[in-house]
Design a protein around this ligand. Structure first.
Ligand code: CUA
Length: 331
């Protein structure tokens, strides 16, 4: 052991603590904005503090025992006692306390124990590599569809039914709730109960192919009034009966993409209604600007490897401008 055992380690420990200050932002379990996430955060904090205390006690014993100047001597009986108490009784007691705490917090971390009906039902389907989001009406039918960005009312209980179209994905918005896989051929469910207005981010949390890293979801939690205004507008949009712009139809965009209230009714790709409000293109691949949109349409795979959308390098500039301008006005 060196002369000054903490000479290098102390600055390292301070550096690690400084790195922990990065544990925040829209995609963090710390700073929970949902009921389930708060319970998980509590469990995490208790576990980390407990583990740190235990670690400090064990390391203190180690340093004490390793001090050669002390020449410790234990009788065999003392050594047996140490093993019994330190190696059997204490870990069992600690695990029992942790388990009791986890079980106690279960009604909050697993809210399906709570049998009340939801205030809102949303169906989320994992696709390669984006999220199909369907808002259901009271009778369980699809009211409207959107993609990659979900708007939620604050202080309401929302049941999310999780499905998958192709491979296994995983739905996870750390600031709102825990993680749940979406599995082809089965429906899982998760409850969201946002407690704070704001924008939160969720990555797909199960490796699902080439563009797994570009499969992000944004949850925008709105006040009840703002949510109702948005929701009612979206429901009304369905019956508007407009034409999508000519270039959008001419180049086949409408074969895969729908824009509610127009004759663009494709179901294969993301629904583009309200596209201008979305922060990102391609579920996170690019920032939503007109230049990036044109770039994405010309060669989607350059920004998002493995994407199912074909490249459209042949669209003349004038018509590309028309499509981009049309989508930039799609609110
Ligand atoms: Cu979808 Cu990873």
């Amino acid at each position: 052991m060196s002369e000054r055992p903490f000479g290098v380690r102390l600055p390292m420990a301070v550096l690690c603590l400084l790195l922990l200050t990065g544990c925040g932002g829209p995609q963090s379990t710390f700073g929970a904005a949902g009921r389930e996430a708060s319970a998980i955060e509590g469990l995490l904090v208790v576990t980390v503090i407990g583990a740190t205390l235990i670690w400090m006690v064990v390391v203190s014993f180690l340093v004490y025992a390793g001090d050669t100047r002390r020449r410790l001597r234990f009788s065999e009986e003392r050594a047996q006692q140490l093993i019994t108490w330190g190696g059997v009784v204490t870990p069992t007691a600690v695990l029992f306390v942790l388990l009791s705490y986890a079980v106690w917090s279960m009604p909050a971390t697993r809210p399906w124990f709570d049998q009340q009906p939801p205030d809102l039902e949303i169906e989320v389907t994992g696709e390669q590599f984006w999220w199909r989001i369907r808002y259901l009406d009271k009778s369980g039918h699809v009211a409207f569809e959107t993609a990659n960005e979900m708007k939620l009312p604050v202080d309401r209980r929302i049941r999310v039914s999780l499905k998958a179209h192709d491979v296994i994905h995983s739905f996870w918005i750390p600031a709102l709730a825990g993680k749940m896989d979406t599995i082809p051929g089965r429906t899982n469910s998760l409850w969201l109960e946002p407690t704070r207005v704001g924008t939160y981010r969720g990555p797909c949390a199960e490796f699902c192919g080439t563009s797994h890293a570009f499969m992000n979801l944004t949850a925008i939690v709105l006040s009840e009034d703002d949510f109702q205004t948005w929701h009612q507008n979206r429901v009304k949009r369905g019956s508007a009966g407009n034409d999508a712009t000519r270039a959008f139809l001419l180049h086949g965009c409408a074969a895969c993409h729908a824009i509610d209230g127009t004759n663009a009714k494709g179901l294969l790709g993301p629904n583009l209604t309200g596209f201008a409000d979305r922060g990102r293109i391609g579920a996170g691949a690019l920032t939503n600007t007109p230049e990036n949109l044109a770039r994405f349409i010309r060669d989607p795979a350059a920004a998002k490897p493995g994407v199912q959308m074909p490249a459209f390098p042949m669209i003349p500039t004038v018509e590309m401008d028309e499509i981009v301008e049309y989508l930039a006005g799609e609110t």
